[in-house]
Design a protein around this ligand. Sequence first.
Ligand SMILES: C[S@@+](CC[C@H](N)C(=O)[O-])C[C@H]1O[C@@H](n2cnc3c(N)ncnc32)[C@H](O)[C@@H]1O
Length: 272
Amino acid sequence: MALLSNGVVSSVAHPGAIAFDRINMMFVTYDEIFDERGESYHRAMELCPDARRREFRLAVDSLALKNGAVLCDIPAGGGYLIDYLPPTLDIWLIAIDPSEVFARQWHGVRIESHLASLQDLPIADAACDAVVSIAGLHHIDDRPSVLREIRRILRPDGRLCILEVAAGSPVDAFLNGFVDAHSSMGHRGRFVDDSFRADLQTAGFRIECDELCRYTWDFSSEDDMAEFVRLLFGLDKAGRDDVLAGISRLLGYECGGDGCRMNWALQALIAT
Ligand SMILES: C[S@@+](CC[C@H](N)C(=O)[O-])C[C@H]1O[C@@H](n2cnc3c(N)ncnc32)[C@H](O)[C@@H]1O
């Protein structure tokens, strides 16, 4: 255990799933990828902090949070969810992520932060009213053990909201196809399919809602959209025009007087 300069408690992160780094010709873990790519991901989120607001609001709304609720975000990235909690409610947010790059960003009141492995959450049994996980489970090798940990920290009547890429969807083709081809780290995600749902049930969850949610990521200009996507996904082998062509071909976007909207969709799995 160690304390980072911003007061975040660090448990030693376990190595996660591995991938192949085609530039250095070596295998790397996803923990290492996020240590390297995390800075770039966070720069994207700083460049366009509100681009994903529909996604964060979707997650928060699905949890029907009550005043005084304890909400855990796993993995939390840079703790972006805090900006979308209902301002009228007093919510205690616990942010957990295995990457120190993200843990350095966490600041604020009403937020407790842990740099920790997702397979070994430093949270007491039944301590949380709700857990949210946005685009964070597709690089995990041992998904059953993470889901068991989530079940352990949730109260028996607690609610879990997973927003994750659906297998076979256009976002799957964008990430495992276009991003994989244009990032030297590649991209191989294990997205929501029947084995994902079976893991949830085996961990003790009952799936109450299982729905593909389509919405947009919103930008003030085409340039911002291209730069956001390039940084967020670490597309070091693509220029602006390649990125726009990839988005246009696989996802679709439209620009008007009020900015640009890029199509995005995640599977919402709400479980109790
Ligand atoms: C796509 S980001 C999502 C972060 C945040 N939930 C969001 O929506 O912005 C994936 C997160 O998984 C974390 N992570 C790092 N190593 C991991 C691993 N081996 N397995 C799973 N997740 C990992 C990263 O640190 C990162 O925060």
